[in-house]
Ligand binder design. Structure first.
Ligand code: GTP
Length: 162
């Protein structure tokens, strides 16, 4: 279990165990890879971030993840894997979010990307992401750092393609 503060100084607990905080979390966040690049979306207010959002009533968390990727980037999921879960003690209450790693087959043009400006492909996440004003607060805590390390170590199917 990792414990740290987020960009807003809220307490975050992150674990790569199987659903440690909730079997039915209400939020999802997906670290996406497409053609050897990271696939992000540009949120109109928050800036660049990996896609994600809320689980809708009647939806499973993984279905929400696949839907959010399509809505925010037009990405068609080829593989998706749960990697961990985090809990944020926010000012207005607790948020529990599943983290996924997904490989994206192709990008379909969407007429709307909802609250975002659509897909952004990056060869690398900049090392100054925590202070870079172009990036969302969601990218500015150790959820990103630990999740990227976890993916690089554990996600063998990523390397098999290169
Ligand atoms: P809407 O309900 O869609 O208007 O958005 P909201 O931002 O009010 O709700 P949401 O439940 O998504 O987030 C509530 C608060 O939880 C945010 O203001 C953040 O403080 C916190 N939060 C949500 N997601 C994350 C996240 O991925 N990381 C961190 N550190 N905090 C988060």
């Amino acid at each position: 279990m990792y414990i740290f503060k987020d960009y807003y100084r809220n307490k975050v607990r992150l674990s790569f165990d199987d659903h440690p905080f909730s079997k039915s979390p209400k939020h999802v966040w997906i670290i996406c890879r497409h053609e050897d690049k990271w696939l992000l979306t540009k949120h109109k207010e928050r800036g660049l971030e990996f896609p994600g959002g809320k689980v809708e009533p009647g939806e499973q968390a993984e279905q929400a993840a696949i839907r959010e990727i399509m809505e925010e980037t037009g990405g068609v999921v080829e593989n998706i894997a749960y990697i961990g879960q985090y809990l944020v003690e926010g000012k207005a209450g607790v948020v529990i979010k599943n983290v996924y790693y997904a490989e994206i087959l192709n990008l379909l043009h969407q007429d709307t990307y909802f609250e975002t400006e659509g897909p952004v492909l990056l060869a690398q996440i900049p090392s100054n992401v925590k202070i870079n004003k172009g990036y969302s607060f969601i990218m500015k805590d150790d959820v990103l750092t630990h999740s990227m390390n976890y993916i690089k170590k554990e996600m063998r199917f990523m390397e098999s393609k290169s």
